[in-house]
Design a binder for this molecule. Structure first.
Ligand SMILES: Cc1cc2nc3c(=O)[nH]c(=O)nc-3n(C[C@H](O)[C@H](O)[C@H](O)COP(=O)(O)OP(=O)(O)OC[C@H]3O[C@@H](n4cnc5c(N)ncnc54)[C@H](O)[C@@H]3O)c2cc1C
Length: 298
């Protein structure tokens, strides 16, 4: 059996303390949240941290704060099961409820956190496409203070973020959804619910009115590029005229063209591209139906 390399373990009770330890220990010190991912990678020998900084004793990082009129802040340490079952998330951002609800299994969701799903920077992370189409921002704190980073700018490569040593995500901000807007997340996995996506697609549409044209369109893909990807050409297609069946098909083809999937043990590149087309078409169609009802937000 593989033996873990020795590492230092810290349990700070304040954010400044956590930042200080992470900054002092440098790039091989990792924040520890639910541990559902990092501990697995350590046991496999994929990463060899010199220090783990457990964030769970820091009060307040797991809260969902609805005080701002402009949107909600979800603490980075909020459990995926908390996000999945939150009434405020379900009422205003059901696409995130959907994405959190298909991640792993109930036991993984009872341990894993939203911040950990982002901090892992997995190309196949389930909540990320949903958060991308919602135009989420991450609130990051580090030795230089606090900054607000668009989620699109957090990912640098598979397993790599743009965060500097000492920086960690403290919360995720979701702006208030626009009227006549709706979003849907669809995931293709080999075994429903217990595996990372082979392909994941989130689509958001904002209409100009009940039967109006698209004012905004956002599509995000997972598991088909080194980082979670916005399919911007597909978005342009959707904004170029009425949302006819043919236009939605064209957008789905554009999303498949933009994807850069690889072949691995779970699926071939060609299959993934084909599935991007199928899931994008379905996600846009479903989002359109919901947006036309008007009462559903995203
Ligand atoms: C059986 C199994 C099934 C899974 N299925 C899925 C799935 O279907 N979909 C999916 O997306 N994932 C899946 N995962 C991966 C994992 O459970 C999720 O990514 C989860 O959200 C990780 O959260 P965590 O709190 O456990 O993170 P941790 O394991 O604690 O950390 C993950 C990474 O993020 C970093 N990190 C944690 N918190 C922060 C923070 N606040 N700021 C900056 N960096 C941070 C850590 O340093 C580490 O590198 C699965 C894992 C297992 C073991």
């Amino acid at each position: 059996m593989r033996r873990l390399k020795p590492f230092h373990y810290y349990e700070p009770s304040t954010l400044p303390e956590a930042v200080e330890i992470l900054a002092e220990k440098g790039g091989k010190a990792y924040p520890l949240a639910g541990g559902t991912d990092i501990l697995v990678r350590m046991k496999r020998g994929d990463i060899k941290p010199t220090a783990l900084v457990n964030l769970k004793r820091i009060t307040g990082l797991d809260r969902i704060n609805t005080e701002s009129e402009k949107g909600i802040h979800i603490g980075a340490l909020a459990l995926l099961s908390t996000v999945e079952h939150s009434p405020v998330v379900r009422a205003n951002y059901p696409v995130l409820t959907q994405a959190a609800g298909v991640l792993g299994s109930p036991s993984i969701r009872n341990l894993g956190t939203l911040g950990g799903n982002i901090g892992r920077a997995s190309p196949a992370a389930d909540t990320v496409p949903a958060l991308l189409v919602l135009q989420s921002r991450t609130i990051v704190e580090g030795p230089q203070g606090k900054r607000n980073v668009k989620l699109d700018d957090i990912f640098a490569g598979p397993g790599i973020t743009t965060l500097s040593p000492g920086e960690l995500i403290t919360s995720i901000f979701l702006p208030e959804p626009a009227p006549y807007s709706a979003a849907v997340y669809l995931k293709l996995g080999r075994r429903e619910g217990m595996e990372c996506a082979i392909v994941g697609v989130a689509a958001l549409l904002t209409l100009s009115g009940k039967n109006g044209e698209a004012k905004e369109a956002r599509i995000a893909l997972s598991a088909v590029a080194p980082v979670p990807l916005r399919a911007k050409k597909a978005e342009e297609v959707l904004l170029s005229g009425s949302l006819t069946e043919e236009r939605i098909k064209e957008a789905a083809r554009a999303a498949a063209d933009e994807s850069l999937p690889m072949t691995d043990m779970r699926a071939s590149s060609d299959y993934r591209k084909e599935m991007v087309k199928v899931l994008t078409f379905r996600a846009i169609r479903q989002a359109l139906t919901l947006a036309q009802r008007g009462e559903v937000k995203n």
